[in-house]
Design a protein around this ligand. Structure first.
Ligand code: AMP
Ligand code: MG
Length: 407
């Protein structure tokens, strides 16, 4: 049996980034750029006013009175120097005129006709945004490998970018296997169950920024399984669920081999899950995950998601791991590490975690309430207050946005 980490490492060695494509700057959101983005100019382009107020030369101030000379709205430039003892009415964002180095805000002056009076002392250089204080011409502002968030989109736009290269979205073909499966919407029938895996996995693909392609259901025969697998080989990655154990009707491994794939088959030392086949077939990574709904999703989380992110150029491909305080006694009676579905909350700056109850690996509801996976060592015996390692699955946690929900 291999460890989760060993399996991850071996798989990731086979995954290389896909090609890039040119998209509009807005379509770059949540994508990764393969290029350094270098500032084409200083931002701000010139010293400018941070407030609506009056600009003047601080060094030439002889009293708290200044004579008003002219008006400078944002978008306009004044090239005429401002004489000593005079001030220009200036709006936020307007470039500071020649010979001025200080802005006093409107609320700190009293106006008397063409004169203003400073009502409190003003520090030299106040309320001026310096040229290049945001970004400097020639500096790498967004390095290659950056995941583009709204703030990066804003910065790219400020640098005049209208389109850019990003790694393309991986197309992930998803195949369910099993004679017992019916598609959602079909009339339930004795002995049949609904194919939910295709949809939970497709949603996981979408959530990671990939493009799922549903291949439907392969019945439990070698030929049908081969046919369906072949139909998925124009995608970038193929994910199959079910049929990967060693039962009489488990044809997935055999089918991949028959099609010429070299299959690495592991029993991964984990629960839920365990059987996992990984192959390269026609140059494409193929993941065969367990059929059990929880095991399928947890295996996707641990093995497919990091691969998908790597293929799409991400440098950060693993979820955040945190230490959390257990809120209830928890034991792992088994000999495999158990990934227990947990509910993580934050209280006074500390992560707390409780389990989602019955951890039967067929119970999809054990994932519904949860937002984390608690990693329990074999034969672990924990009491409340023990610190345990938790993988945060909820993207809001990743972003550090752990807030209250509305009533
Ligand atoms: P298998 O690995 O093919 O033996 O599947 C294990 C169990 O997982 C089956 O008995 C089904 O209950 C369940 N299962 C397999 N495939 C799916 C699927 N696509 N959707 C929901 N449950 C599934
Ligand atoms: Mg099956």
């Amino acid at each position: 049996m291999v460890s989760i980490e060993q399996a991850q490492q071996t798989i990731l060695e086979y995954i290389t980034p896909l090609e890039t494509e040119k998209v509009s700057v807005l379509q770059g959101l949540n994508r990764v750029t393969p290029e350094d983005h270098i500032a084409p100019w200083d931002i701000p382009a010139a010293d400018n006013s941070a407030m609506d107020g009056f600009a003047f030369s601080h060094a030439t101030l002889t009293s708290n009175r200044l004579r008003m000379t002219g008006f400078l709205p944002a978008g306009e430039v004044r090239t005429i120097p401002v004489p000593p003892g005079e001030a220009v009415r200036i709006m936020t964002g307007a470039p500071v005129p020649p010979d001025c180095d200080t802005v006093v805000p409107i609320e700190d002056v009293k106006e008397y006709g063409e004169w203003i009076c400073l009502t409190s002392s003003v520090k030299a250089g106040s309320h001026i945004r310096k040229q290049g204080e945001d970004i400097r011409h020639g500096n790498v502002v967004i390095p290659a490998g950056t995941l583009l968030r709204p703030q990066e989109i804003g910065m790219l736009s400020a640098m005049g970018t209208t389109s850019l290269a990003v790694y393309r979205r991986a197309r992930v073909a998803i195949l369910a296997t099993g004679d017992e499966l019916l598609e959602p919407g079909a009339t339930p029938a004795p002995g049949k169950i609904i194919n939910s895996n295709s949809y939970s996995l497709a949603a996981q693909v979408l959530d990671a920024g990939g493009d799922p392609v549903l291949l439907g259901i392969a019945p439990d025969t070698l030929d049908a399984t081969c046919e369906k697998i072949k139909s998925g080989l124009n995608a970038d990655i193929l994910v199959i669920t079910g049929g990967v154990s060693v039962g009489d009707r488990d044809f997935v491994k055999m089918a991949i081999e028959q099609l010429g794939g070299n299959v690495t088959f592991w029993k991964v030392n984990m629960k839920p899950g365990k059987p996992l086949a990984f192959a390269i077939l026609d140059g494409k990574p193929v993941f065969a995950l367990p059929g059990n709904p929880v095991a399928a999703m947890v295996s996707f989380e641990l093995f497919v998601r990091p691969s998908l992110l790597k293929a799409m150029g991400h440098l950060r491909i693993f979820r955040s791991k945190v230490k959390a305080l257990l809120q209830e006694p928890v034991t792992n009676k088994g000999k495999r590490p158990h990934l227990v579905r947990g509910i993580v909350t934050v209280h006074e700056g500390r992560y707390l975690v409780s389990t989602t109850g019955n951890q039967s690996s067929g119970r999809l509801s054990s994932l519904i309430q949860g937002n984390g996976l608690i990693k329990l060592a074999p034969e672990a015996l924990h009491t409340p207050g023990d610190e345990v390692e938790v993988l945060l699955l909820d993207r809001w946690f990743e972003l550090g946005c752990v807030g209250d929900v509305i009533a």
